[in-house]
Design a protein around this ligand. Structure first.
Ligand code: ADP
Ligand code: MG
Length: 240
């Protein structure tokens, strides 16, 4: 059970003339898959980094299950993040990469092994466990990155354009994989993409970020058929 509530969240970087995020409010419901879209540079990654605790907000609050976590260190937030560039440990095998966070949290060895085996099975990584990242394809690396995030069964999963470095065919396959995993685990997920098709197929709801503000939040159908403004219409609305 996990909900994420963002209330009037504002982020202004030092020396910037205007905030990247300007009083952004957004709720991710328990078990929801919410997709965040918006043009390059609009603050999508910044929003995820704030939720993960990798940046400090200028103003506003971030709550998980109703408790404000602004001052909670990243490690204690029970959030896992998947980055666009995979960020695997190059000197570790797949098994070691998958188990790293479990070792850090002092999970007993047998239990850690079970959890690694389970996630390796789900993501079809069983035959790759002894390889290092350099010996994996892009799609395999990204599966390891996802496995590494999921292995702890975090309360909240944040994914920052996780498929954008993959070719089109693999992207479609991984999209199916993600949907299957979400149906299985129902982990509360905030997923960033600039791919409209990905947003429409994956999102229970879609939030559109532009000019520091959430322009609209709604189901794919709502945004497609009833975009609130020209920007949303241009981004995902119907051409009518
Ligand atoms: P997106 O992920 O939507 O492409 P980002 O969140 O990465 O956008 O960046 C939003 C804006 O904030 C950009 O103008 C970027 O240059 C700026 N920005 C991001 N991180 C920093 C930082 N650490 N210091 C200063 N400016 C930053
Ligand atoms: Mg980004």
């Amino acid at each position: 059970m996990a909900t994420v509530s963002i209330d009037r969240l504002t982020k202004t970087f030092p020396h910037a003339t205007r905030p990247v995020l300007d009083h952004v409010s957004l709720e991710v419901a328990d078990g929801e898959f919410l997709v965040l879209v918006g043009p390059s540079g609009c603050g999508k990654s910044t929003l995820l980094r704030l939720i993960a605790g990798l940046e400090d907000p200028t103003d506003g609050t971030i709550s998980i299950d109703g408790a404000v976590v602004n001052d909670t260190p990243p490690k204690l937030r029970d959030i896992a993040m998947v980055f666009q560039n995979y960020a695997l440990y190059p000197h570790m095998t797949v098994t070691e990469n998958l188990g790293f966070s479990l070792r850090m949290s002092h999970t007993p060895h047998d239990r850690a092994r079970e959890q690694v085996d389970e996630v390796a099975h789900v993501l079809a990584l069983e035959t790759l466990l002894d390889r290092k990242p350099a010996a994996l394809s892009g799609g395999q690396r990204q599966r390891v990155a996802m496995g590494r995030a999921m292995v702890r069964h975090p309360k909240v999963l944040l994914m920052d354009e996780p498929l954008s470095n993959l070719d089109a065919k693999l992207r479609v396959a991984m999209r199916g994989e993600l949907m299957r995993l979400h149906q299985r685990d129902a982990t509360t997920t905030l997923y960033v993409t600039h791919d409209q098709v990905e947003a429409m197929t994956l999102g229970d709801r879609i939030a559109v970020l532009h000019d520091g503000r959430i322009q609209q939040v709604g189901t794919p159908q709502e945004l497609y058929h009833h975009p609130v403004n020209v920007f949303v219409a241009g981004f995902i609305g119907s051409p009518a």
